[in-house]
Design a protein around this ligand. Structure first.
Ligand SMILES: *Cc1c(COP(=O)(O)O)cnc(C)c1O
Length: 379
């Protein structure tokens, strides 16, 4: 038989069956410690649950398989995963990050730079040639990529960036929270690491905070990542790991439904006179559309942003009128979320004040379109 497709692996949670009762749903492993035999050995192969919890094995194996990676490690949040990787670099290592990216991580990198733990430079997400030039001249230890990037959804050409990074001796990490392994496989395009906020699509139900790193191959940096988790001790709880695996079993269905609905919504409103712009890489007029079409399979993601005519006041009034969309931060869940991103990001935000960020869930798309239509009001 040919290797099983990712859809099958996810639906069956790798197809693992637990002994001795042959459960199709995996057990929850709350134990913090493991028995030692009279001869001093550990018959279960584990000593202590910080970093050795059997609860991680199945979701980590599934995520590594979905990303086509060597190994995956779970963390108690996406931020903890990113931090574990940054801290695995040499002190003072130079990090090159995109101007548009997940706001909290951007702020955290700037704080680490102020503390002297890293040196930090930014590149323009929309200018691949400038990125290549920076990689040649700096050159950084780590290139951070987020594509499509929060909250304006610029697209970075992962393969081109990885080729330039390799020539410069730079490692590449991709925050693939938004596309998920259903749509994008950065390791196959040359990235060294993939990072996820598993809080988002991987879990998909707004009931777990978790994160993950996946590596393409073992390396000294990856060994330090492992050590950061084992000794730094930022570990996920067993029940969260169990919920995460449960969520991942429907990942493909949820992501495809969200993508199809986001595409419909973007097409429905792209020429709407009440909007200054619809930002979505699935629209042919989006500057990153061709690259996104080449490096994303099966859709352009479930995230899009609307810029409302009339500026911040009109955007805030429209979000207040929404009834089906839930006003909340976060993304990638079964229910659709909306936020006025600039006020969530706060002082110093680069986000346009007229922008509403939408995370499209799995509701009937006609309900979502009708809700947006009434909220935008008479033109
Ligand atoms: C949410 C998010 C993060 C941070 O993850 P947490 O699980 O909230 O710590 C990082 N990157 C992106 C793109 C995100 O959406």
């Amino acid at each position: 038989m040919k290797p099983l497709s990712p859809d099958t692996l996810a639906a069956q949670g790798m197809g693992w069956i637990a002994e001795p009762s042959h459960d199709l749903a995996p057990p929850i492993h709350p134990s913090s410690t493991f028995e030692r035999a009279a001869d001093g050995s550990y018959p279960g192969g584990r000593v202590y649950a910080r970093d050795q919890s059997p609860a991680y094995e199945q979701p980590e194996a599934l995520l590594a398989a979905l990303e086509g990676g060597h190994e995956a490690l779970l963390f108690p949040s996406g931020m903890a995963a990113a931090t574990a990787l940054i801290q695995a670099l040499e002190p003072g290592a130079r990090v090159l990050a995109p101007r548009a990216m997940y706001w909290s991580l951007r702020n955290w990198l700037q704080e680490l730079a102020r503390r002297g733990q890293i040196a930090l430079d930014f590149y323009d997400n929309t200018d691949g040639e400038a990125l290549t030039a920076l990689l040649g001249t700096l050159p950084p230890r780590l290139l951070w990529i987020e594509t499509p990037a929060n909250p304006t959804w610029e697209v970075t050409d992962i393969a081109a960036a990885c080729a330039a990074a390799r020539a410069a001796g730079t490692l590449v990490a991709v925050d693939s929270t938004v596309p998920t392994p259903v749509l994008s496989r950065p390791l196959a395009l040359g990235a060294d690491f993939v990072m996820h906020s598993a809080t988002k699509y991987l879990n998909g139900h707004s009931d777990v905070v978790a994160g993950a790193l996946v590596c393409r191959a073992d390396s000294p940096v990856w060994q330090r990542v492992r050590q950061n988790r084992a000794q730094g001790g930022a570990v996920l709880g067993p029940f969260e790991a169990w919920l995460l695996l449960r969520g991942m079993r429907t990942l493909h269905l949820r992501v495809r439904q969200s993508c199809a609905a986001a595409q419909r919504i973007a097409e429905t409103f792209q020429a709407d006179p009440r909007l200054a712009a619809v930002l979505y890489p699935g629209l042919p007029g989006h500057p990153g559309h061709a690259v996104a079409a080449a490096q994303m399979q099966g859709g352009f993601g479930g995230m899009l942003s609307l810029r409302v005519v009339g500026g911040e006041a009109a955007a805030v009034a429209a979000i207040g009128r929404l009834q089906v969309f839930k006003r909340a931060t976060s993304l990638g869940s079964v229910e659709s979320l909306v936020e006025h991103r600039a006020s969530v990001e706060g002082p110093g935000t680069l986000c346009p004040p007229d922008l509403l960020r939408l995370s499209i869930g799995i509701e009937a798309v006609d309900d979502l379109i009708a809700d947006l239509d009434q909220a935008l009001g008479a033109s």
